[in-house]
Write a protein that binds this ligand. Structure first.
Ligand code: GTP
Ligand code: MG
Ligand code: ZN
Length: 307
């Protein structure tokens, strides 16, 4: 008789793992020792989103299925050790707001470039449209137009108003979606609306002043009534940090990558090289200047790091 069953990790707090099995039962599990031995460079060898085999009688995870992908971040700036934030992600959703708080476009661009680097499709959701005056709405529409033109899916919603959010529900259906966004944009409020039984804590822009402090909360995966899961990540660092190679960054800005094939030099960095099709496209209006600025800031920052 076997006590083995398959499941998916829905919560990980370093040493304890919550596993949801195929019949919808929850199991609190520990890891067998050999998992620890293998996870030399990560603080957590098993993460939210992992498919695992568990021994229900002993309450231990006995095997880990191969991952389709995973997102990591360094545990701290000084540490070489990484934390796996989540595994087997189908898409990443960035929630942004134009007011209360206002999301800097450079933050959007870093998020999207990171998603591209992971090859994870990204969706932008502009929230709190009920708060926008005509200037705010113009800004939101501009953001929507710029990112839709590049090829991203962009939606505008107000989570707290009664309006229709079925488009968003359809995008989330039967997928594992990682949700990120600055503190206070309304991530938890959205999750509560999608699945009222969650009763997640929301707050008037709670951690607003805590950006840059140590966030010790762990990501958690929540089931959706229509099938699928959403992973609520704490704060803006939820999507992890990649050590970009500065020569590759333009690959992760799709519209820059598309025109770059016309640059005179194949190793063009699109900064000040002669015959650069990218800087021409920026000057001609085909590439949005703020996107190019975000690109440059990532390249130059990286430059300093490796000097
Ligand atoms: N007016 C308005 N307020 C909203 C909307 N969505 C969320 N809020 C409010 O914004 C505040 C912050 O929402 P949360 O859901 O806690 O934000 P969060 O993104 O989960 O923030 P962290 O957990 O700190 O990362 C709460 O007071 C919500 O009621 C919206 O569409 N319109
Ligand atoms: Mg929250
Ligand atoms: Zn170029």
């Amino acid at each position: 008789m076997s006590d083995r069953t398959q499941g998916i990790v829905v919560k990980s707090t370093g040493s304890r793992y919550r596993v949801l099995d195929e019949e919808g039962r929850i199991h609190e599990c520990l890891l067998r020792g050999r998992f620890r031995a293998r996870g030399v460079r990560t603080t957590n060898p098993v993460a939210v989103g992992d498919h695992v085999t568990i021994d229900t009688r002993e309450g231990v995870i006995t095997a880990l299925a191969p991952r389709k992908n995973y997102i990591i971040r360094r545990s701290s700036n000084l540490s070489r050790e990484s934390q796996i934030i989540a595994a087997n992600i189908d898409q990443a959703l960035l929630m942004i707001t134009v007011r209360m708080p206002s999301t800097p476009v450079e933050f959007i661009d870093r998020f999207l470039a990171t998603a591209e680097a992971y090859r994870i499709p990204a969706v932008l959701v502009i929230n709190k449209t009920d708060l926008y005056d005509s200037e705010g709405m113009t800004q939101a529409e501009k953001i929507m137009a710029v990112y839709e033109k590049i090829g991203y899916t962009v939606m505008m919603i107000s989570v707290t108003e009664d309006g229709d959010i079925t488009d968003l529900e359809k995008v989330l259906e039967n997928k594992i979606t990682l949700i990120s966004g600055n503190s206070g944009v309304g991530k938890s409020t959205l999750l509560n609306r999608l699945n009222p039984s969650l009763s997640l804590r929301t707050g008037p822009i709670s951690d607003y002043h805590e950006q840059g402090t140590h966030i010790t909360t762990f990501p958690e995966m929540h089931p959706l009534p229509g099938g699928g899961f959403v992973i609520d990540t704490p704060g803006i660092r939820g999507f992890g940090v990649i050590d970009f190679d500065r020569r590759e960054i333009y690959h992760f800005f799709p519209e820059i990558f598309r025109v770059s094939s016309a640059c005179r030099f194949h190793n063009c960095l699109h900064i000040d090289e002669p015959g650069c099709a990218v800087t021409e496209a920026v000057a001609g209006g085909a590439i949005e200047p703020w996107r190019y600025k975000s690109y440059l800031s990532m390249v130059l920052e990286d430059n300093e790091k490796y000097r």
